[in-house]
Design a protein around this ligand. Structure first.
Ligand SMILES: Cc1cc2nc3c(=O)[nH]c(=O)nc-3n(C[C@H](O)[C@H](O)[C@H](O)COP(=O)(O)O)c2cc1C
Length: 191
């Protein structure tokens, strides 16, 4: 077995994709909110040029929290079809504007319209008049280019933990991988 958790993840995701795993391109991003509480949300976990990436809107709470945490956060990936869980401690690097633009073009129209609306109505803020908001949504034409608030980050994993569920009489297999330059130091964990 390789000592690179990102290669392992890529193999596990390929297998999960073959099994039509509904969570194959999902992850949960964990941050800490301004009250010191854990904040979790599901995101699409993309692969761009062999790097893991997240796309979101700069008006969002998660963006503020990632800025507060100097672009550090946690990711959880669970692939039920292959019985594998990953937990990552990660650093996040801004994706260059031209790459964002290229991938933004692939978004469905609903998401493009929302990115346009977020310019004046930041994501996750309270809607006072829902009927008026629906009218605004219906009247919003999807922009041809990504609004400035559309953004994304590459995931730079610093510590990875992989748990492979196994059945009796085998123990679950749980390992932690710590990045050391271009290599990974791996330790077996009590499962
Ligand atoms: C399956 C699924 C995929 C999602 N993918 C994304 C995504 O890629 N980017 C995103 O900003 N929000 C995505 N969301 C919505 C987020 O979970 C969240 O509700 C939203 O981004 C606001 O989060 P925040 O207030 O913590 O910033 C997704 C939700 C689900 C259920």
């Amino acid at each position: 077995m390789t000592d690179d958790p990102l290669i392992l993840l890529s193999h596990d995701r390929s297998e999960a994709r073959r099994a039509n795993d509904p969570l194959v391109d999902r992850c949960v991003l964990g941050t800490v909110d301004r009250n010191g509480h854990a904040a979790l949300r599901t995101l699409v976990l993309r692969e761009i040029d062999d790097r893991l990436a997240l796309f979101y809107n700069r008006t969002s709470t998660k963006h503020v929290e990632l800025m507060d945490q100097r672009h550090h956060g946690s990711l959880l990936i669970y692939l039920p079809s292959v019985g594998v869980q990953y937990r990552f401690e990660s650093r996040f690097e801004d994706i260059p504007r031209e790459v964002i633009e290229e991938h933004w073009q692939l978004k469905p129209d609903v998401a493009k319209r929302m990115d346009s609306i977020y310019e004046r109505h930041p994501q996750s803020t309270i809607i006072d008049d829902f009927a008026a908001f629906e009218t605004l949504f219906a009247a919003t034409v999807p922009p041809r280019k990504s609004p400035r608030n559309g953004c994304g980050v590459y995931v730079v994993v610093e510590v990875a933990e992989r748990l492979e569920l196994r059945t009796d009489p085998q123990m679950h297999d749980r390992r932690i991988y710590k990045r050391e330059g271009n290599d990974w130091r791996v330790h077996q964990l009590v499962p």
